[in-house]
Design a protein around this ligand. Structure first.
Ligand code: FES
Ligand code: FES
Length: 152
């Protein structure tokens, strides 16, 4: 459908032109997260001050969906209060499980394109990788424990 095409274009745009790729100066939080099933890995750095995410950036290696998702995630959370980022992560998590997000409190913007991933269940972990890193970094990790972080 046209919507699938649009979703794919948005994902490819973030993959080819990642937002917020690199290191944060004066980061206060660093999280390494990998997808054990494929070995893809990202490192998320954030600078969190006064309960606000001043900056969020990532580096890593992965498939188009995992890197596009990291780009979208950092874009939507940077500059936001921690509380909002946690709420958005929860909406995203529900969206990945097929929930409707249209009437939610936040405009998800490009993140909506990741809804297209729910048609391919094997790829959902690709889309959630960066978000789990963010939730873990904020101390709000609701993951099922399948994704491991590593310390190197
Ligand atoms: Fe590994 Fe997508 S293939 S995160
Ligand atoms: Fe390879 Fe995500 S595990 S596509």
């Amino acid at each position: 459908s046209d919507l699938d095409t649009l979703y794919r274009q948005v994902i490819m745009d973030h993959y080819k032109n990642p937002r917020n790729r690199g290191d944060v100066d004066g980061e206060t939080v660093t999280v390494n997260m990998n997808n054990p099933t494929c070995g893809d890995r990202i490192q998320l750095q954030m600078s969190v001050e006064n309960d606000k995410i001043e900056e969020a950036k990532f580096v890593g290696e992965g498939c188009s969906i995992s890197l596009a998702s990291a780009s979208m995630m950092t874009e939507i959370v940077r500059g936001r209060p921690v509380e909002e980022a946690v709420e958005i992560a929860e909406i995203f998590s529900n969206m990945m499980q097929g929930a409707d997000y249209e009437d939610e409190k936040y405009d998800l913007g490009d993140v909506e394109a990741l809804q297209g991933v729910t048609k391919f269940p094997a790829r959902i972990k690709c889309a959630t990788l960066a978000w789990k890193a963010m939730e873990q970094g904020l101390g709000a990790d609701n993951s099922d424990g399948e994704d491991e972080d590593d310390d190197d």
